[in-house]
Design a protein. Structure first.
Length: 254
């Protein structure tokens, strides 16, 4: 079984291809631009007043064009983006029963899962999206920016546990797990065995309404169940809204 260091090196080699402007830098630059009057900062976690889904989709496509040359969405990808943006903005969608749930973006390798999550982050930053989170000082729910560390990879959570004996990111307002399933099945801390199923279940016990999770994964659901067990599988299914990306491997076919 490859070591954590070997897995991280493989990920770094995969990511060493020529990089375009990062989504984070795009969002920071966009923040300094004047916001259109139809894109108000969110004050309550209800439907936006004065913004339609099509307007939000146009904005995320604009962010995509800045991040990736020749950015384009197929009809299937457009449907996936529409569902993801509806989740972010709490807009009505037939497949979203509770927008307070977290998000899991699934699909084969190279279908743009990480890009979608990064563009959602950039859209949230640009629009000033807020969401209720538990204030640790008062214990009350307060509106706070709906942002997350979209570069936090599953291997980093493994390394965190291996070094500290606990998951330091578990208390983040939004927990991000990138490429779930690429980490070792189990890992040790002074002889104590753990897996990311522990992180998934511990976070779920805190309640998705107050502590949502954002996940990307190549694994189909049956493999997730086999790998993480029934309990973690049930939490992922129950706490997250799934957005499935179909299509070609953009890394191979461009």
């Amino acid at each position: 079984m490859p070591t954590i260091k070997e897995l991280k090196r493989a990920k770094e080699e995969q990511d060493s291809r020529p990089q375009h402007e990062s989504v984070h830098s795009i969002a920071k630059r966009a923040e300094s631009e004047s916001r259109a009057p139809e894109l108000p900062a969110r004050m309550t976690y209800t439907e936006y007043q004065g913004i339609s889904l099509s307007e939000a989709i146009s904005l995320i496509i604009e962010l995509g064009n800045r991040a990736v040359p020749n950015f384009a969405l197929s009809p299937e990808e457009m449907q996936a983006y529409a569902k993801a943006v509806s989740w972010l903005l709490a807009l009505p969608h037939p497949e979203i029963d509770d927008p307070m749930k977290g998000l899991i973006v699934t699909g084969a390798t190279g279908t743009g899962k990480t890009l979608l999550v990064s563009l959602l982050w950039a859209l949230s930053e640009k629009m000033g999206v807020h969401r209720p989170f538990i204030d640790r000082d008062s214990g009350q729910r307060r509106m706070k920016p709906f942002l997350w560390n979209c570069s936090m990879h599953a291997l980093e959570h493994v390394e965190d546990y291996s070094n500290n004996g606990s998951y330091q990111a578990i208390r983040y307002n939004v927990l991000h797990i990138g490429d779930l399933g690429t980490e070792p099945d189990t890992f040790l801390r002074y002889g104590t065995k753990s897996s990311l199923s522990d992180l998934i279940c511990q976070r779920s016990d805190m309640g998705y309404r107050d502590y949502p999770v954002v996940v990307t994964s190549n694994l189909p659901w049956d493999e997730m169940r086999q790998r993480y067990g029934d309990r973690a599988y049930s939490r992922l299914r129950g706490d997250l809204i799934e957005v499935l990306l179909l299509g070609k491997d953009h890394r191979v076919h461009g």
